[in-house]
Ligand binder design. Sequence first.
Ligand SMILES: NC(=O)c1ccc[n+]([C@@H]2O[C@H](COP(=O)([O-])OP(=O)(O)OC[C@H]3O[C@@H](n4cnc5c(N)ncnc54)[C@H](O)[C@@H]3O)[C@@H](O)[C@H]2O)c1
Length: 339
Amino acid sequence: MKAAILGTGSWASAFGKHLTHKWERVVLWGIEAAQIDSINKTGTNPAFLGDITLPPNVRATLDLDDALHRADAVFVVVPSQAVRAVAKQAAASAALKPGAPLISLAKGFEVSTLKRLSEVITEELEAVGRLADHPVAVLLGPSHAEEVAREQPTAVVLSGCAKTDWSRWQGLISGPFFRVYTNDDTAGVEIASGFKNIIALAVGMADGLGAGDNTRGTLMTRGMSELARLGSVLGGRTDTFFGLAGIGDMITTCISRHSRNRNFGEAVTRGDRSPQQVLADSVQVVEGVHMAQAALKLSEKFGVELPITKQVHDVLFSGKPPRQAMRELMERELRTELD
Ligand SMILES: NC(=O)c1ccc[n+]([C@@H]2O[C@H](COP(=O)([O-])OP(=O)(O)OC[C@H]3O[C@@H](n4cnc5c(N)ncnc54)[C@H](O)[C@@H]3O)[C@@H](O)[C@H]2O)c1
């Protein structure tokens, strides 16, 4: 079996390492020559995965056709806002093997269209008449690259288009340290996976302000309420929000030292740099920033109240001081917990 992984960042590299337990060949495709060289010459990707060494049957290439040629599955592991451009190139490639699924591991929504990433990939395949040949799925859940690369037990959710039996792929993607569940609620899985990054930003800001565990627990719980409100309007199911891609990833991202969203939230409360300046210094993608924009637009479109999301958005894009945002959340009109 050969896997094509589109992306050469943290998650692409760690996931590629994991796949070698069952897949004979893993080829990462990327656009940054320095990363490709490093992976091929030293087996490491230091800027994205520290000193972890990739197995010899992982290689990298700048040539998309080379990665796609005879690949049994294509995993899309680039930042959410790059998924359409990458899917478009893959869909147009003559090297894309008939029958190969396109599986997205990116978390978030496309901000310009407010679409889920599986919808974005589906549109790009449809545009060139290749959707019938290439089922689309997502593989999401609490899966920090650093921990997967170190073979820490991890579980995720595979969810894809209804006409495909995903249990075969579930078996092929699972491994000794990586357990894959299936879930037919693709909308719910995708909304939950993107949304938790907004709450991780809020928890990071609270941490930076010196808040304690009461605050963290409150933000995560009320964040779950926001997810359930918006997610159900967008077609997701409550059970999914209480699954791995929902509360599982919410807890993991909000408490972890690996979470770049939580860490970014904390960083914007420190020093005198604006969120945009902190973002410009970040080598790696901070998906919660885009998701805060998408979720706020969706909340306005569907008339769903998202108070934490709104405050995070105001801190990121309107210059509101994080301490004021926290105070405004506490001073909102009192209400019943269950709505
Ligand atoms: N890092 C994790 O632990 C983790 C875990 C699960 C899911 N994810 C999700 O996976 C996605 C990728 O995250 P990451 O952590 O690997 O990001 P990263 O910042 O570590 O790497 C991003 C990679 O995408 C490449 N890239 C950017 N724009 C591109 C384009 N237009 N065409 C081709 N390649 C492009 C970059 O060169 C880089 O190799 C995100 O949506 C993230 O939320 C990450």
